[in-house]
Write a protein that binds this ligand. Sequence first.
Ligand code: BGC
Length: 263
Amino acid sequence: MLKFVVSLINTKSDCRLEVLGIDIGGTGIKGAPVIIESGHLSAERFRIPTPEGGYPKDVAKTVRKVVKHFSWKGKIGISLPLRIRNGVACTAANIDHSWIGLDVGHLFSDALNAQVATLNDADAAGYAEVQYGAGKGSMGKTLVLTLGTGIGSSLFMNSVLVPNLELGHLQMSGSTAEILAANSARKRDHLSWEAWAERVQDYLTYIEFLLDPDLIILGGGISRPKRTKNYFHLLKTRAQLLPAHFQNEAGIIGAACAAYSEP
Ligand code: BGC
């Protein structure tokens, strides 16, 4: 388990600690250098569409372009929609299945000739929230759920990650949670905000029964204020419920943090 040590960093204003964070998704590959002390991006985010099919070699080539864009030399953190154990992908959802069994750590460190840390995209988003965002300093059980194409999940106990949960794949009503309640389901089924919120509510009730978290943070594009005003008031949880602080940058920031924390 990784634990953040950012508070122990010697923060000299003349030697800023920066790590390049890259977030690989089904539609886009986004990157930016992240200032570790604050979680801010030190340059504008750079995005390239994910190559057709999302095959590993093509993705690695595209990631190389992102690294080149920033002329980056140094540590790199990469988040992907995969369960990754010791650098090896064990599951792949919403991305090509040829990733399964692949040593993604080696794939990227070879392709980029750099020290690379890889992790699940929801774990990365959770890191960003717990370190700098809506869950900053949270104690107890914090659950971060990202509602996008799929549902990503990350759980923290006293700000320490319990990695690789896949709570978007819980069985619900003869289907799976992410097929029913991800933001993609809202769009696919042309649901009103109210109808979608009902599905999210069922999911949250189930999750609370299973995990009993103290704080739940909802992330992804639906955590923007112009979106939350449509549905947040419809959701009822025992746990404190908050929208994520970061939206599309959470994966980048968390990936950079994870890479920083690795020896
Ligand atoms: C994947 C997760 C990922 C989530 C968000 C799910 O389908 O199984 O690993 O975190 O989508 O991208």
